[in-house]
Design a protein around this ligand. Structure first.
Ligand code: OGA
Ligand code: NI
Length: 356
């Protein structure tokens, strides 16, 4: 096999790099001065901090929770979800099996590199690194693994880890609960967006919609001032549900990055680009990044709910008016996602390309 065919396979494994115990990071991880993490501001320092929304109260019609959700999605595109109904024990199991997976010896994890017969194009569903387009692209201080969850017939069972033994069962139980949660949250999101049909967004996650789970491992980093755990981006999803064991996630507002608070037992929910497009920009897809950390390793599990790849996505007609003209072009979701992955590698946002 030509070297080129396996190029991305041999992107450095960050966990191995970190284990080597050097004081410095390789130059490919060093971000430009402009992208360097700055000392962060706790989000409580602004007058309307990133809200903590109680989904249980929200679903029982509490107007103050709906107001928090509206403010969260208009201003930040992201919120901390409590009262979500997923037991702490299940969240703990999900974190534990993810961590155990990443702690397997490298050779074992390499079984889950998906080269599909040696094809050289980047495969999202694989153990490895974020997409790398060129020799000069700055790399993220993180290893990651992706699996397709839905439609179930599209699962690549061969890529489902057999170690730790409970991985599959825990993942199945966790994502079954997240799927219900996404449905409930999207109904509330439709209401705050002013859509007449409460199920408008939830119904876009039909039987052909694709959901993925991304597992991210951010090893301790000797120079967190010089790198990023995960570069700034927005997700291509309608909605993303994130579980993490440590702080590090940040979102920008007015030129400043803010920490997303880490609340024990909570999940973080953000709107992705499809949510912004369909609501004609009334609600925001959150740009976010992860900073690295010298003290502790960080593990996260992100469940992405995306629409049918064949679906043409555009703003809901009822949210387009003379006062608020259509802000985004119509696009096929699969084209959008492909574009998004390439934009991510270039450090750009694909949503900017569909803005009118
Ligand atoms: C992602 C992502 C954030 C995190 O996987 O798209 O933004 O906290 N992850 O791991
Ligand atoms: Ni993301």
């Amino acid at each position: 096999m030509a070297d080129d065919d396996q190029k991305w396979k041999f992107l450095p494994n960050v966990q191995e790099l970190a284990a080597a115990g050097r004081d410095e990071v390789p130059s490919r991880y060093v971000v430009s001065d402009h992208d360097r993490p700055t000392s962060t501001v706790a989000s409580d320092d602004v007058t309307d901090p990133i809200p903590v929304v109680d989904l249980n109260r929200l679903s029982s019609g509490a107007a103050d929770e709906a107001a928090k959700l509206r403010s969260a999605l208009q201003n930040w595109g992201i919120f901390v979800a409590v009262g979500h109904g997923i037991e702490p024990a299940l969240l703990g199991e999900m974190m534990a099996v993810t961590r155990e997976f990443f702690k397997l010896p490298l050779e074992e994890k390499q079984q889950y590199i998906n080269l599909e017969g040696g094809k050289k194009e980047y495969k999202l569903e694989s153990y490895g690194s974020n997409m790398d387009l060129s020799e000069t692209q700055v790399l993220d201080w993180c290893d990651r693994f992706y699996l397709t969850m839905e439609p179930e017939c599209q699962r690549l069972e061969d890529l489902w880890p057999t170690q730790p033994p409970s991985f599959r069962d825990v993942l199945h139980r966790y994502t079954t609960r997240c799927r219900k949660l996404a449905d409930g949250v999207l109904r509330e999101v439709a209401k705050v967006a002013g859509l007449r049909e409460e199920r408008y967004l939830a119904d876009m996650l039909d039987e052909k919609a694709v959901s993925y789970v991304g597992f991210n491992f951010f090893p301790r980093c000797p120079r967190p001032d010089k790198v990023l755990g995960f570069r700034a981006h927005s997700d291509g999803s309608m909605l993303t549900i994130l579980l993490a064991n440590a702080a590090g996630l940040q979102v920008p507002r007015d030129g400043q990055w803010y920490d997303v608070p880490l609340v024990p037992g909570a999940l973080v929910v953000n709107l992705g680009d499809m949510g912004e497009v369909v609501t004609n920009g009334l609600l925001k897809s959150a740009v976010h990044k992860v900073v690295a950390n010298a003290e502790r390793e960080r593990v996260s599990v992100a469940a992405f709910y995306t629409v049918d790849p064949e679906r043409e996505v555009e703003p809901a007609l009822e949210l387009v008016s003379d006062e608020r003209p259509r802000r985004y072009k119509k696009m096929k979701n699969s084209d959008y996602i492909r574009e998004l992955l390439e934009s991510l590698a270039r450090g750009e946002r694909s949503i900017d390309r569909v803005k009118i």
